[in-house]
Every structure is written in C-alpha cells, then in structure tokens.
Write a protein that binds this ligand. Structure first.
Ligand SMILES: C[S@@+](CC[C@H](N)C(=O)[O-])C[C@H]1O[C@@H](n2cnc3c(N)ncnc32)[C@H](O)[C@@H]1O
Length: 287
C-alpha cells in the first residue's frame, strides 16, 4: 500500500466502530468510514475531546454535531502548501489527506522533468493537487463543475503562494471539457483525476462513474502528449478495485503511448501504530 508519512498538521489518531478519529491542525474531528468494521476499545483520549462529529442520518444525508466551538474555517499545512479546512456536508473537510502520496508522486515527476510540464487536473475539487503541481513548477489546467469549489481552490493557491503561477481555472463538465480540448488540439504531459462515484456537471450533465470512466479515459489518452509522463486515476469507491483501474489505463493509454501501468491501494497511517487504514486506490501510468 502507498501512503505519505509527511503529514504534520493532519493525523489519523484511531479508527473504531465505523468512525475515524482525526486531528486537523488544532482540531479533532470524528467522521464516519463504513470500512471500519472493527469495534476496538477506544483508548485514545481524543475520542472524548473531539470538537465535532459527523452523524449519518438514516435517510442518507447527515450533519455535524458540534461539541466545542469550532471556527467556520481554519488552515492546515502539508510541506510548503496551505489548505483551508471547513466542516461541510457529506462529511467533507476540503482535503483528502490520503491523496498526499499522489501529490508527492506528481511533484517529483514535474521536478525531475527536463522541460516544464502541462498538467490537467480533472474533478479538481479544492485544488490540493493543482496547488502542489504549481509549486513544483508545472502549468496547470484545473477543471471542476462547481464554481464554489473552484473559488476555494483559488484561495488555496493564494494561501500556498502560487496564485501568480500559470494556472487556468475552468468551471465545466469534465467530459465536455476533454472533448473540447481534443477539438482544440491541446495536449498534456500529466493527467490527474479522482472522479466521484456520482456527480453533475454545471449544465446538469450526469456523471456516473461506472458508465463514464472508460470513455473519459479514452478521451484523456488522446489528450496526452506524445512525450507525456504521468496519468493518475484515483478512486475511493469500493466498486473500482486497483486492478480494474489498472486494466482501464492499460487498454486506453498503452495502445497510444506504450509505457507501464501499476496500481495499488492508498492509505493513512494510524498515529503511533504500524497500522494503515486503506482509503482508496490509484492506478498509475508512466512512460
Ligand atoms: C470528491 S471530489 C474529488 C476529490 C479531489 N480530486 C481530491 O483529491 O481532493 C469530486 C469533485 O468532482 C466535481 N464533479 C462532479 N461531477 C463533475 C463533472 N461532471 N464535471 C466536473 N466536475 C465534477 C465536484 O464538484 C467535486 O468537486
């Protein structure tokens, strides 16, 4: 399993009974995680002093139960990057900490390149991968369906000191944008995507992972430059196993560009233990 051991402002403190106990900077949150099927004894003292806990409702949604006064938002750092954190719907906080291992891989490919690289970040969310790629020296096109998310990503770029770097912020449906880029003849050296299982484009376009992912990977393969370096396909949906994503990239990218595809689970180390909580999977194509 791949994971980052560089987090200082984030820590997974414990996991038990369907919940994660996490430290986000100075604040402790408890969030549901259905794969935590072990009911281990909750010895960690932070279980009793969490600032907020996300409670799932039986009707599908959920809400944050505030236990102490939590600010509307606060910031955390990862290496030289800074991200704004907020407690939001769907138990989100604005950062997927397990993705740090993919930010590191992207940054190292950009830093080791013999020329400036162009990155396409699809389903870019609050821009952590975008900000990381900008910091490493790439030019980035960031695409997300939500205006609010793109605004938040811009704020993360400013907080991280990369707002003046070469970045295009695009509010669009990822499939439509990829089709347009092919027509325009634009090419990319790195494509990163972490698609949700279900979503909507700004014009109401329905994104259903199982139905759309093969077509989008085909479009992305066509968008890769002949000297492209990296394609990262991540999923936190249990439906897409690492080997399914590896197969997808093998049949879409390799016929056009050669190279090698690998895949693995990604995870979060549990502080003070040798345990790692699986948190998704990534397939990686490299030349
Ligand atoms: C859960 S996030 C992906 C995680 C993110 N890449 C990360 O690692 O932090 C899903 C994002 O996809 C966006 N989205 C959903 N459907 C979309 C679509 N059809 N086109 C573009 N973006 C979409 C949402 O607005 C949301 O910001």
């Amino acid at each position: 399993m791949r994971f980052s051991d560089k987090w200082k402002d984030y820590a997974l403190l414990d996991s038990s009974g369907g919940e994660r106990l996490e430290r986000w900077g100075d604040h402790i949150l408890i969030r549901p995680d259905p794969q935590i099927i072990w009911n281990t004894v909750r010895r960690h003292p932070a279980w009793n002093r969490a600032d907020a806990r996300y409670l799932r409702s039986h009707t599908g949604g959920g809400r944050w139960e505030m236990r102490r006064s939590l600010p509307d938002s606060w910031t955390i750092g990862y290496e030289s990057l800074t991200f704004r954190i907020r407690t939001m719907g769907f138990k989100h906080t604005g950062v997927f900490p397990e993705q740090a291992v993919n930010w590191d891989l992207t940054a190292s490919v950009i830093r080791q390149a013999d020329r400036p690289l162009r990155v396409l970040n699809l389903f870019g969310y609050t821009g952590a991968a975008t900000v990381c790629a900008l910091k490493a020296g790439a030019a980035v096109t960031h695409v997300d369906a939500s205006k609010g998310m793109v605004q938040w990503a811009k704020e993360n770029a400013a907080l991280s000191g990369v707002a003046d770097k070469p970045v295009r912020w695009i509010v669009d449906d990822c499939v439509k944008f990829a089709q347009r880029e092919i027509r325009r003849g634009n090419k990319y050296d790195i494509i990163i995507m972490d698609p949700p299982s279900y979503g909507r484009g700004p014009g109401g376009e329905v994104w259903k992972l199982e139905n759309e992912i093969f077509g989008l990977c085909e479009l992305c393969a066509a968008l890769l430059h002949e000297d492209a370096r990296l394609f990262l396909l991540n999923s936190y949906t249990t439906g897409l196993s690492p080997s399914v994503m590896q197969y997808l990239l093998s049949v879409t990218v390799r016929p056009l560009h050669g190279g090698k595809v690998s895949s693995d689970e990604i995870g979060l180390p549990v502080a003070g233990t040798d345990l790692i909580l699986p948190s998704g999977a990534t397939a990686v194509w490299q030349k």
